[in-house]
Ligand binder design. Structure first.
Ligand code: SF4
Length: 477
């Protein structure tokens, strides 16, 4: 065996000296979770993170295909990396571009790479390899191949094994962890690319998730867990297990203080899950339940499998089960051929649902989906106008809801401090996921990852300010 210097890691036949990785993540929490897994594998190969792309030996884009805007951003960011490889923008005869000071590997992973990996490799000279969503845990092998001299390869295979078994990797050093419980989606909503980029649903076993979370709480100081999946409500279907059961089991773990889950599909919300919201003490006072439209005919064209009435009845049940629950949602404005009446039905739904917050987007078509094949009479201007109307309506509702917080005290997990108009403020989130800002008692006070009680003193549609009532420190128990 060859001798290695202490600063060098030997992997297979190759020496890995300390190197830097720059990674850009787009899109959803699932992608951020995947990036954390990638980082944890790479740290075993002597990579540390850098925020400066120019310092990096390895550049990774973890892409998202859900919205056109994210796609365009990624193409433009990837295009810019040609300078890292000394590739000229245009070939000018007689002009020799100096070779770069060091070898840089460029890779693209995630949802766009899953469906367009080979095209990306042929279009972007600087791209060394592309990898899909189901091979995240093989990143070490791919990086090894790249350093062994292989280039222009795509790994976009699906994991065909029956079981989905992983161990959560955390690298952030915070008391919050994302724990993936199910991957893929079987729903095939007509506008969504996810079933094509993330594959079919596959759940982890309930016992494995419980063991995983127990380990995170006991050995890594995790206090808040976000259960993740494209449709977490489908968790355990193949194994006769359920999200409701999982929540009740996790609720028993000493030291775990807050439990969240995302994303939900209204069709799969069961009475058992509603009951968990009534009983589980650690389940957050927050539910993100994407409705997408307030029109039954649009919901049919979206293939969402529920009606507006069914959706509203779920909100009623949830609010009865937990009167403190705060509900947020997603809206798509301007689905193909949406009529003015259908759009107005969405505005009406906002009044009825009283969401605490929404993520609203103008529809953008994704290649390969059913809705991309629909003929469509709407223009970008109409979509833009409808999106503004949705947002204006929601912000008015939101401001009134947030006003109702004034004078009440909320428990907050503090995340960071920042400067607002020259004043130092700390920021954290309530159990219901609202952002709260407050001033420290002294300039030196450090509240990072403390649990604090804050009384809300003022609120707008988008933020709430409060005064510190109590600092409970880093551990609640
Ligand atoms: S349930 Fe969500 S992830 Fe699945 S296809 Fe529909 S929109 Fe996409």
């Amino acid at each position: 065996m060859q001798e290695t210097t202490p600063a060098t890691v030997k992997v297979g036949e190759l020496e890995f000296p300390p190197r830097k990785v720059w990674m850009k993540t787009y899109g959803c929490q699932m992608n951020y979770h995947d990036s954390e897994r990638i980082m944890s594998h790479l740290s075993g190969m002597n990579f540390t993170k850098t925020e400066e792309q120019n310092d990096a030996d390895l550049v990774i884009f973890n892409t998202c295909a859900v919205r056109d805007l994210a796609n365009q951003k990624f193409y433009s960011h990837l295009g810019e990396t040609q300078k890292l490889k000394g590739i000229p923008k245009r070939h000018v005869p007689g002009v020799v571009v100096p070779a770069p000071a060091k070898k840089v590997i460029v890779a693209a992973g995630g949802c766009i790479a899953q469906t367009e990996g080979k095209e990306l490799l042929s279009k972007y000279k600087q791209l060394d390899f592309a990898f899909g969503t189901d091979v995240i845990d093989n990143i070490g092998e791919m990086v090894y191949r790249a350093y062994a001299g292989e280039t222009k390869f795509a790994v976009t295979s699906w994991d065909r094994s029956e079981n989905y078994s992983i161990e959560t990797k955390i690298t952030q050093g915070t008391p919050q962890a994302f724990v993936n419980i199910i991957k893929g989606c079987d729903k095939f909503c007509s506008y969504c690319i996810v079933p094509f980029t993330r594959g079919r649903e596959k759940s982890r076993r309930l016992a494995e998730v419980v063991k995983d979370v127990r380990r995170l709480v006991e050995y890594s100081g995790i206090q808040e867990v976000m259960l993740l999946g494209q449709n977490v409500n489908s968790f355990g279907k193949d194994n006769s297990e359920s999200l409701g059961q999982l929540i009740m089991e996790l609720d028993q773990i000493n030291g775990l203080n807050l439990l969240r889950y995302t994303t939900s599909h209204p069709y799969d919300v069961t009475d058992e899950l509603v009951e968990a919201h009534r009983v589980a003490k650690k389940l957050a006072n927050n539910l993100h339940l994407p409705v997408q439209s307030g029109s039954n005919t649009v919901l049919q064209r979206m293939l969402r499998e529920y009606t507006v009435d069914h959706y509203l009845s779920l909100l009623e049940k949830m609010r009865k089960a937990n009167p403190n629950i705060v509900i947020t949602s997603d809206i798509i404005a301007g689905f193909p051929n949406e009529t003015e009446e259908e759009h107005k039905d969405t505005l009406k739904l906002l009044d009825l649902a009283q969401f605490d917050n929404i993520y609203a987007y103008a529809y953008s078509s994704r290649k390969g989906t059913k809705s991309a094949r629909m003929s469509d009479v709407l223009t970008d201007d109409i979509r833009g106008r409808r999106l503004r109307e949705v947002m204006d309506k929601q912000l008015t509702i939101q401001a009134a809801i947030r006003n109702g917080m004034i004078g009440k005290t909320y428990r907050v997990l503090v995340e960071e401090k920042g400067l607002s108009k020259g004043v130092t403020k700390w920021t954290g989130r309530t159990s219901c996921m609202r952002l709260v800002h407050f001033e420290p008692q002294t300039p030196e006070s450090d509240y990072q990852w403390h649990w604090v009680d804050v009384e809300i003193t003022s609120a707008t549609a988008l933020s709430t300010q409060g005064k510190l009532i109590r600092d409970l420190g880093k551990n609640l128990q």
